[in-house]
Design a protein around this ligand. Sequence first.
Ligand code: TRP
Length: 454
Amino acid sequence: MADKQTSSIHGEWSSRWAFILAATGSAVGLGNIWKFPYITGENGGGAFVLVYLVCIAVIGIPIMMAEVMLGRRGRSTPINTMKRLAMEAGQSKLWSFLGWSGMIAGFLILSYYSVIAGWSLAYIFKSASGEFTGSSAETISTLFGDFLAQPFEISLWHSVFMLITMVVVARGVRHGLEKAVRFLMPALFVLLLIMVGYAMNSGAFSDGLRFLFSPDFSKITGPGILVAMGHAFFTLSLGMGAIMIYGSYLPQNTSIAQTTFWIAGADTVVALLAGMAIFPIVFANGLEPGSGPGLIFVTLPIAFGQMPGGLFFGTLFFILLLFAAWSSAISLIEPAVTWLVENRNMQRFKACVYAGLATWLLGMGTVLSFNQWAEIKIFGKTFFDNLDFLTSNIMLPLGGLCIAIFAGWLLPRLMSADELAMKSDSQYELWRFLVRYITPIGVAIVFLKAVGFI
Ligand code: TRP
């Protein structure tokens, strides 16, 4: 293993803790707080949550370990990492397609992610100006509907979000990414606990818990299972090389298994807390759990409008949500930027301008799909819904499947064992069994079930 590179040319995390924070920053984002509750609502609650949790445990965690492992082994962008490792393992260089598809998926996801993050940005100001204080549930729903109806304001917030994302990315690993996430995750966590505390007194806490945690399997469908699995990839930032690239900055002596458990655990807890904060408010106010992407932008303002100190907590909440989205957005575009730097010999700054502009432009499609283009549907879905479906439910699971096959079947055992350096052989064997058999078969079954094949 003479050419094993031990650090990345783009820099390295200052410690294991920095990696955990950054990867948690990538994982915890709109996926946990905005998307998880609304797709849970659309797919009937408890059974969906259970499928999602199983997917995290048997598919998400093993693939995350595989991704970090490949990243640290390859020490480069996903495209070059895959090329290098494939050659080392005596496989075709074509495995670098995994890096390509990941780069494209990240770009596609960020284009709509930025629009939703823009909503949070707007809601910081709406909250601070007291628009929610004392308002009825109806007024707040109307407020959101009106906000979505005109593309100009949303595109402005989308532009601001893209700009601040590219500024952090332009500053590079150590100075930009690492510093941005250090304090914000713990603060978000505390604020969610406060929200759950409020929800406990909303009068419908037990209805909310029942909806989330008591599975009714008659409510879950094949496509619903696909959404749950797709979300397991989305929420852990898997299947597109984001975690691979973060892994490439990981110091050599850090335990991959342990760090992965931390990240996946924190991510899951945040999603469940968000659900526990939101559904009691949904039921207490007679709202519709399946009302779609606007769910948190209606329920939470209702809570903030009614609770003591709501102006402060509401503003703070949307600020923290913005930061959570920000630290995730960074990891969505990082693969494209590093690739431009490495392969096109661009300055990091210039690479950020190009990548940022392209993403911004595509994002306009999502902006319009909530108003002007709302009626234009392909396969019965809007532009935004199609983009989300294609990326979360198809590209990420396929990317994850390929990662599992590569790490489990093609990479020599010696290499993965050496890089993972597990505490015991049985732990390593369990991981290997999961990525070789359970993960690929699981993904395949879910795909077949979603298209009605089984
Ligand atoms: N995991 C993030 C969230 O839940 C989103 C995200 C960041 C992501 N990086 C990613 C999703 C890479 C898929 C792939 O909000």
